[in-house]
Design a protein around this ligand. Structure first.
Ligand code: FNR
Length: 380
């Protein structure tokens, strides 16, 4: 694989390779380094899953349980990893999932991540809860993409705000800043978190808006019968969202075939099959397990994406084999960002791309269209 780096950003990425720990062999190796670069409470917040971490560990176990079947004899002279998604071309079927408050991992936060993503032609989803504004991130991303001489999509992830006018403001700002899709996250409107943001890290997009209450109080009514209940998304929200924007709408956090179908019926352009990296509810089915049933339900009407537990190029291939068009990584971007900033994220993406290409080559897949259930042993 070769990335053309003929300019300042490329030079910076190359020169700073010295910052990358020498013992990193695969993308997953960044995790053990990151713990030494992130403050203890922030580390706990990033790492933790819901309650006993059953969902969190199951996400990995379900991916690990799948076995690939190599087909090493193949003509791969015209092989590539490109995909078309929602009318946009992506260099590979791997994207960065929305991850909030990236300044917890590095002072340059999302600005470093977006520069690295654009340098490595990787689509990025920017969180509502980013620690730089969506405009600042768009500007940094656009400058990097221009410098590299290509365009790579950036999408905006929307958490609905208590007042629709504020949600609408975010949508309009995302449109104006050049984001090319809205990712509406439905699975984390209510979750428990005892994490208090450290000084200097804030939800930059939400300045001047009332803060969203995510954490039920310890005493008194918990959720039912309280105003918190209004934060739970309804299908009416999707109807409203559909009426507000021409941008493609991607619904993130779907695990039920019936809800997948409903979202498509109401105008969703794509779905992200996700359990939020095991952070919301413990004991939840893993996206890779439910993906075939969701693919069956939506019958190819919209592309399906998958996240939660993806750590290696082989995981991307497993997701594609079971019906996904692309996969996203969440925590690993923070691991690499904390360890080596922009260069770390660029290196992580390079490693994942290399793992993906090597896996495809071993499986005899010249394009992602060749990645079918036949590459998996137990699906035969
Ligand atoms: C997230 N995730 C998330 N999702 C989202 O839609 N908006 C957000 O702001 C965030 N923020 C966030 C912060 C942190 C610290 C984590 C770990 C995750 C969920 C994320 O997009 C993705 O679904 C999971 O991270 C995928 O699982 P893995 O790759 O972390 O296992």
């Amino acid at each position: 694989m070769e990335h053309t780096m003929r300019n300042a950003l490329g030079e910076a990425v190359r020169a700073a390779h010295t910052q990358i720990p020498a013992d990193i062999r695969c993308a997953a190796d960044y995790e053990r380094h990151a713990i030494h670069h992130i403050e203890a409470q922030a580390w706990q917040h990033i790492q933790s899953g819901a309650d006993q971490n059953l969902t969190l560990s199951h996400n990995r176990a379900a991916l690990d349980a799948l076995r690939l079947v190599p087909q090493p004899v193949a003509d791969l002279r015209h092989a590539h990893t490109r995909i078309e998604l929602l009318g946009q071309t992506l260099a590979s079927p791997l994207l960065l999932a929305p991850v909030a408050y990236q300044r917890l991992a590095h002072p340059e936060g999302e600005l470093a991540t977006v520069r690295a993503a654009m340098a490595l032609q990787t689509g990025m989803v920017v969180s509502t809860l980013s620690s730089f504004t969506l405009e600042e991130i768009a500007q940094a991303g656009q400058a990097a993409a221009t410098e590299m001489g290509h365009s790579t999509p950036r999408w905006f992830q929307l958490y609905m705000q208590p007042a629709r006018e504020h949600s609408l403001q975010l949508i309009r700002r995302a449109e104006a800043a050049g984001y090319t899709a809205i990712v509406w996250t439905v699975d984390a409107s209510i979750k428990r978190s005892g994490f208090a943001l450290p000084h200097g890290v804030e939800a930059a997009n939400l300045r001047g808006m009332p803060s969203t209450q995510h954490t039920p109080p310890l005493l008194g009514p918990i959720l039912f019968g309280t105003p918190l209940i209004q934060q739970i998304p309804t299908w009416d929200d999707l109807r409203w969202l559909r009426a507000q924007t021409q941008l493609p709408i991607i619904v993130k956090g779907i695990l039920s075939p019936a809800q997948a179908q409903q979202a498509v019926d109401l105008g969703a352009d794509a779905l992200i099959v996700s359990n939020h990296g095991g952070r919301v509810l413990d004991g939840v089915v893993s996206p890779i397990e439910v993906l075939p049933a969701i693919a069956q339900a939506v019958q190819g009407q919209v592309p399906l994406l998958l996240d939660s537990g993806v750590r290696h190029g082989t995981d991307v291939v497993k997701a594609l084999a079971l019906g996904a068009s692309a996969a996203l990584i969440g925590r690993p971007q923070l691991y690499a960002l904390a360890t080596a900033g922009l260069v770390g994220v660029a290196h992580l993406l390079h490693l994942l791309r290399a793992e993906l290409e090597l896996t495809m080559a071993q499986l005899g897949c010249a394009t992602v269209a060749d990645i079918t259930p036949a590459v998996l042993w137990q699906q035969r």
